[in-house]
Design a protein around this ligand. Structure first.
Ligand code: 5SP
Ligand code: FE2
Length: 228
């Protein structure tokens, strides 16, 4: 495979040391930061909002911040995240009454836009908005929590999404989120993903003998993906 981006989900980071965790994981070779926003309504969990994204920017984080909105409704928060410095904003189509409008809000604000597909949500939502999409995010767990197991049917869905992206001729990233580990990333990459969210696989595998704590696991994820 050519592209391979590792996007650590800070959901599994130590929140009390968030700035340092982000700094360390980026210094370990991660390509971007995955920022999971949960509202205890669209998903049964509550995390953090735009002020935390802004705080990371103020701390000095310049890397791509990939905001995964698990909130309903979506539109009111888009402006907050654009102001907070988000580079990519993705949302679940079920959570927007006007998907085309939500995508336009993100793009007009200067960020990349994407749709997120739960395991049982059909890719048909892409049909009439492909020209506004910069990223397709395939959930390989039901959203709400880190540390769940990869749902194997996501592999077929990735292949389907890859075919749609290739047919579009556009530069659209195909991200996968949930249960990505060193021992399954090769198969996931072979199914067409180029951007890999990994939360527990990274933050639960800190090594004190690595210069930045996460060097070994980020290197192993990339090496396995490259074998696809
Ligand atoms: O969006 C979500 C969960 O809803 C994810 O981004 C998880 O945070 C990924 O965690 P792991 O499955 O990699 O531990
Ligand atoms: Fe996520």
């Amino acid at each position: 495979m050519t592209d391979c981006r590792i996007a650590p989900s800070i959901l599994s980071a130590d929140f009390a040391r968030l700035g340092a965790e982000v700094e360390n994981v980026l210094a370990s070779g991660a390509d971007m930061i995955h920022f999971d926003v949960m509202d205890n309504h669209f998903v049964p969990n509550l995390t953090f909002g735009a002020p935390v994204c802004k705080a990371l920017r103020n701390y000095g984080v310049t890397a791509t911040i990939d905001v995964h909105l698990m909130v309903d409704p979506v539109d009111r928060l888009i402006g907050d995240f654009l102001d907070a410095g988000a580079d990519i904003i993705t949302f679940h189509p079920e959570a927007s009454a006007h998907i085309d409008r939500s995508l336009s809000l993100i793009k007009e604000g200067g960020a990349k836009a994407g749709l997120v597909f739960n395991p049982a949500t059909p890719l048909a939502y892409l049909d009439y908005v492909m020209d506004k999409i910069d990223m397709v995010l395939i959930m390989s767990v039901n959203p709400g929590f880190g540390g769940q197991s990869f749902i194997p049917t996501a592999l077929d869905k990735l292949r389907d999404a890859r075919a749609r992206i290739d047919a579009s001729g556009r530069d659209i990233w195909l991200e996968v989120d949930g249960g990505v580990k060193v021992d399954n990333i090769k198969e996931i990459a072979a199914a067409g993903a180029d951007t890999f969210v990994a939360g527990s696989a990274i933050f639960n595998h800190r090594r004190d003998d690595d210069p930045n704590g996460y060097d070994s696991v980020v290197r192993d994820l990339k090496a396995e993906a490259a074998k696809a």
